[in-house]
Design a protein around this ligand. Structure first.
Ligand code: CMP
Length: 143
C-alpha cells in the first residue's frame, strides 16, 4: 500500500469541547504520523476558500459560519493508505450514520458540527494541506 498524506482539521467544536488531546491521541494510536500541526482561526472568507467546492450548496453559509466561529487545529498526517484509513477512523460525515467507536460517533453533535475534517483524495489532500502549510513546514517536522 502506498504511503499517503491527508489533511485533517480539528474543527471549532473539537476545540470548544476540549477534545484536541483525545482526538490527537486516537489519531496517533491509529498509526498516523503528524507532519505539521498548528492552531489557527479561519475567517468566514478563508473558510469559504477552503470549502470552495461547496459554494453552491445550501449549507455553505452555515458551514463557513461554523468553521470561523473559533480556533481550529489543522494537521498534515502521513500513513500507508492514509486517506481511506483516516475516513474509517473518523466515521461517516453525519455522526448519526457513523460506526460505533469512530471519532464522529463518539463526539460529534450533528452533520454540520462533526468534530473533524478529512481529505477525500490524495489530490484534494495536497490542495487542502497547501491551504494551511508550506512544504517547508512539513520537511522541518519530519522526525
Ligand atoms: P467535511 O468533511 O468537513 O466537509 C464538508 C462539510 O460540510 C462536512 O464535513 C459537514 O460538516 C458539512 N456538511 C455537509 N452536509 C451538510 C449539511 N447538509 N448541513 C450542514 N453541514 C453540512
Amino acid at each position: 500500500m502506498a504511503v499517503e498524506r491527508t489533511l485533517t482539521i480539528l474543527k471549532p467544536d473539537c476545540v470548544r469541547k476540549n477534545l484536541i488531546g483525545e482526538v490527537t491521541r486516537r489519531i496517533q494510536e491509529a498509526g498516523f504520523t503528524i507532519l505539521a500541526m498548528k492552531m489557527t482561526r479561519l475567517t468566514k472568507d478563508t473558510a469559504g476558500g477552503f470549502y470552495a467546492v461547496h459554494r453552491e450548496r445550501p449549507f455553505f453559509d452555515e458551514l463557513t459560519d461554523f468553521m470561523s466561529s473559533g480556533p481550529c487545529v489543522p494537521m498534515i498526517l502521513e500513513k500507508e493508505n492514509a486517506i481511506a484509513d483516516f475516513r474509517e477512523l473518523i466515521g461517516a460525515t453525519n455522526p448519526a450514520e457513523a460506526d460505533e467507536g469512530t471519532i464522529r460517533s463518539d463526539f460529534a453533535d450533528s452533520l454540520g458540527e462533526n468534530i473533524v475534517h478529512g481529505s477525500d483524495s490524495v489530490e484534494n489532500g495536497k490542495i487542502e494541506a497547501a491551504y494551511f502549510f508550506a512544504e517547508s513546514d512539513v520537511v522541518a517536522n519530519r522526525a
